[in-house]
Design a protein. Structure first.
Length: 231
């Protein structure tokens, strides 16, 4: 059985879904693995950089956390920064080599907490959210030194952001309860996250490098990738 260890390569990046289940790169029953990765990117009205750490239990379950720093260039949060932490878990339910299935299927749940900075001179907004959904993937051997793993993620996404001020002199374009009844407003959004990841592993000596560009939709068009290592 193949034991795959990899680096994730950065192209342009996708914000927030860098949370990637490294269990797709190892076989069920292989030794546990630890993954560390960095990235950066842009989607809709923001760009950012990220760091990811995760652990895989024998290619069956993955658990980790993704930390992202956003710089907002448009929308209500324009000109301020957001810091988002997303713990996530992934279960690799079915493998292509098991029960003669033509594809492998996994499911991921991530819970997000975002803190904003820079909305002087008034209070910063804050937010939280989650995403949950399946990934479908298939692994192909390309000779002895390359492995191709096309993957499609389709997930439901929920985001809630609370704004505390409608002052005209704040940095961002945030708004609140103009009647003064509560002093804040909460904005909730339901969305979908659909990503196509043409993952490619390249073996060089004793190291296996992984190129993971991806493209899709996350409240708007997004493209991306990551760079990291699995031990």
């Amino acid at each position: 059985m193949r034991k795959l260890i990899g680096l994730c390569f950065l192209t342009a990046t996708l914000l927030a879904t860098s949370a990637h289940a490294q269990g797709i790169f190892i076989d069920r029953g292989d030794p546990n693995a630890i993954n560390a990765a960095v990235g950066g990117g842009m989607v809709k009205d923001a760009w950012g950089v990220s760091a990811l750490g995760s652990w895989s239990y024998r290619g069956v379950f993955d658990a980790g956390a993704d930390f992202i720093r956003y710089a907002y260039t448009a929308g209500k949060n324009k000109d301020i920064a957001g810091y988002r932490l997303t713990p996530f878990v992934t279960w690799h339910m079915f493998r292509a080599e098991e029960d003669e299935l033509p594809i492998s299927i996994s499911g991921t749940l991530g819970v997000e907490r975002e803190v904003y900075m820079g909305n002087t001179p008034v209070a910063n907004p804050e937010g939280w959210g989650l995403y949950v959904g399946p990934s479908i993937y298939r692994r192909f051997e390309l000779g002895t030194s390359m492995v191709f793993v096309p993957e499609l993620l389709a997930a439901y996404e929920y985001r809630a952001t609370r704004y505390y001020s409608g002052a005209l002199d704040q940095t961002s374009g945030n708004t609140s309860d103009q009647s003064g009844g509560t002093g804040y407003t909460t904005e909730s959004k339901h969305n979908v996250r659909v990503l196509l990841r043409p993952n490619l592993l390249v073996k060089a000596g004793n190291t296996k490098y992984l190129i993971m560009p991806y493209v899709g939709y996350q409240a708007g068009f997004a493209v991306g990738g990551n760079i990291g290592a699995m031990f």
